[in-house]
Write a new protein. Structure first.
Length: 445
């Protein structure tokens, strides 16, 4: 939403917004674009001259004042996407990276795509560009659209080409089970036109099942993955400390990203580019020059010989794959994981068993107190002590600390030069990265 707010500002709209917790990099990006931010929701935050509103207690003021309100996906659909070639990237994991990769490929090919990305790609320097291009690349979220529209956001995006990276359970505040998420994806499959294309993760049983459940489909489906049954098989994957190589069809590619998940993300983007006839040289150039995304395995700094990594991962699968990638990137280094249970799913006991299995891939683990724990009944809440006990049973040091100050106080004496600390959170985590770097610098001074 922040990226679209900035893009609308570029188009000449006056945009303001409110949020409970405003933090970098999006807060600083929005401020640089001249967008007024309000912390907390209050009716007085709504300007008297407001014409269109999306919001929250502010919603009650909107309803009382009978103002026009509209969801973000509806704005995109009606103002920008209708009549375009829309490339929609979906899935539980990898949406932002795949969307950014695909956008960068089309940009290198001089197709000047419009785009909406749930992060800030370093090549593009912003998360949205709403122009008059024939092509729009959209990150398609399965989360609900708005308080008045409980359909998934992605059903509004008029996909001509659809990428489905994977399907797992997430968003426990919206969906009761995996079956409900699959239903949303079946609805999405059904609106891809006959002359469109669905690129599907052929290694993911849930993706394959959803595709089979909506047969016969009018759109073409191409399965992409490492399995021999995939129409486009990824072969010869090789990861080093600086990137990955792989073969797709008869063509070889290199990316400065590490790990199986990122290779599959790149293969999806390559296959989408092929559908639109992008020259192979442009595809290769784009992949090799891709600089990544803020908060995806991003090195925030180094102090006392210890590197601090910021990563947005908050689902056990994403945490596991990120830790595996960091092993390739920093061979021989001890790897510490700090996890904040902050998302609406990981605050609950949904992944009580899966989280220890993912986190124990690190050499040592810290978990903070469950965010906003008063909002979830104790019997439904994640039990961090039990997570720590399971990790300790696997022979890894594991600590449950209530807040950032206690985490830093416990961690700093334990780390050594060449260690890597990966911080996993989908929020600001009380500025832990800068605070940890400052403590490490002081400790080594």
């Amino acid at each position: 939403m922040g990226a679209v707010a900035a893009a609308l500002r570029e188009r000449g709209f006056i945009v303001t917004g409110s949020d409970e917790n405003v933090y970098p990099p999006m807060s600083t990006f929005l401020e640089s674009q001249g967008i007024a931010l309000y912390a907390g929701y209050r009716p007085e935050n709504i300007p008297e001259e407001a014409e269109v509103v999306r919001g929250n207690p502010e919603v009650e003021a909107v309803l009382n004042r009978k103002l026009y309100y509209v969801s973000l996906p509806e704005i995109l659909k009606e103002m920008f996407l209708r009549g375009r070639h829309n490339l929609v990237v979906t899935g539980t994991h990898g949406k932002t990276t795949t969307t950014a990769l695909l956008t960068w490929i089309l940009s290198v090919a001089k197709l000047d795509p419009g785009f909406v990305i749930g992060g800030i790609p370093k090549n593009l320097r912003k998360g949205a560009h709403l122009n008059d291009s024939k092509y729009y690349v959209i990150e398609g979220d399965e989360y609900d659209t708005a308080f008045f529209d409980k359909r998934s956001k992605f059903v509004h995006y008029l996909p001509e080409l659809l990428i489905v990276n994977n399907i797992e359970f997430d968003h426990a505040d919206i969906f009761n089970n995996l079956a409900e998420i699959k239903l949303s994806f079946r609805r999405l499959f059904n609106i891809v036109p006959q002359n469109g294309m669905i690129l599907l993760n052929g290694d993911d049983p849930n993706c394959v099942e959803v595709a089979q459940q909506v047969q016969p489909l009018m759109a073409q489906i191409l399965e992409i993955g490492f399995s021999p049954n995939c129409g486009q098989q990824i072969r010869d994957m090789d990861c080093s400390s600086t990137g990955s190589r792989f073969t797709l069809g008869d063509d070889k590619f290199e990316i400065p990203l590490i790990g199986e998940f990122n290779v599959r993300n790149a293969a999806m983007a390559v296959s989408a580019a092929r559908f639109y006839g992008v020259p192979l040289d442009d595809v290769r150039q784009a992949l090799e020059s891709f600089q990544g995304i803020a908060r995806r395995q991003e090195v925030r700094g180094e102090a006392g010989g210890v590197k601090v990594i910021d990563d947005f991962a908050h689902h056990p699968t994403a945490i596991r794959e990120t830790l595996r990638a960091l092993r390739h990137r920093f061979p021989g280094s001890r790897l510490w994981a700090i996890f904040e249970p902050r998302s609406n799913t990981t605050r609950r006991a949904i992944f009580q068993q899966e989280l220890p299995d993912a986190l124990k891939l690190a050499d040592g683990v810290f978990i903070s107190q469950v965010a906003r724990l008063d909002q979830i009944p104790a019997d439904e809440r994640l039990n961090p002590e039990a997570v720590m006990k399971a990790i300790a049973a696997a022979g890894r040091p594991a600590f449950y600390e209530p807040d950032v100050a206690h985490i830093i106080a416990k961690l700093v004496p334990l780390v050594q030069p060449k260690d890597v600390v990966a911080v996993f959170s989908n929020g600001g985590f009380d500025g832990i990265h800068d605070k940890l770097l400052a403590a490490l610098a002081k400790g080594s001074g």
